[in-house]
Design a protein around this ligand. Sequence first.
Ligand code: NAD
Length: 329
Amino acid sequence: MRNEIIKVGVIGVGHLGQHHAKHYASLPDADLVGIFDTDTSRASSIASQNKTNSFSKLSSLLSHVDAVSIVTPTQYHSDVAEICIKAGKHVFIEKPITKTLGEADHLLQLAIQNKTFIQVGHIERLNPALLALQPYNVNPKFIEIQRLAPYTIRGTDVPVVLDLMIHDIDILLSLVNSPVKTIRASGLSILTNSVDIAHARIRFNNGTVASILSSRIAKDKVRRVKVFQKNLYATIDLLLGLTEVYKIVDNPDNNQDAVMTVPFEYEGSERFIAYDKPPIPQTDALQMELENFIKSVQGKETPIVSGKAGRDALKVAIEIQNLIIQDIH
Ligand code: NAD
């Protein structure tokens, strides 16, 4: 498939799925063959906006494509993905991969059996402010992540842990190369019947500790990651697209792009604090994610967020959610 144009479909074209359709319609290596949505008038309208077809049956769409994006509400991810994988299609599933761990494990197994792959839409992994951290040799000892959002009805079909916190769990698991050792969590329902505010403290086998706070009851949006390690502190504003790194260095000449403080005495020798603000490219994370999916179908790349990574983030999220429920009762 290396040089083939990939025939792709979008299943579920609501708030987010419409953007999947728009991006596929403009990607040079993708041919947006069609759309399926149980809301047929919505399907026709998004199809005509993107000069493609709407299909009245999922099976008809599947007979025309190599791969699909699944952007239905989370509760339907598992059933829809199962049909697609059994039809031999590669699937991009929006986050969270599924509602339960059993469903995710079943899909991963089916994908192996049917020689297809699953990619998961943990879009923050492609946030350019987070990508800007890559050159800094990050090996965090403590991580603090906050994601706060004003209340909207969207996403409240699942607890805040599965809606918002799962983004940060995925970021965390990508930053810390060690298994989770212990989790403590607490949370509260405020406006809905499920948990609206959640806090988790996660300790990894290598000693790294993380604190994650997620809330869908906030005045302003906040999405911030702080990383602390020996000789380095980084703060990443995922919303503003701003990454700032403070490093202790012993030779200012090797850090010409950074702003230096005056020298100070540290562990017996003269050191400097270098402040670095790497340039953040103006990229569209969804476009990059879908480009990566199409190139993965072609065999030129591998998925940035695999089905296994989506499953691992879900496992931690469900553990946190269960701990919160135990804590409340
Ligand atoms: P939405 O309710 O706006 O849209 C869902 C669409 O799916 C609707 O048009 C609905 O008619 C259709 N649909 C429902 N059941 C279907 C089925 N069985 N087959 C085909 N179509 C079906 O939802 P949304 O806000 O776009 O969210 C969709 C998914 O995307 C959710 O899993 C959500 O968690 C995820 N999401 C991810 C992000 C992110 O940052 N990556 C952001 C928002 C939403």
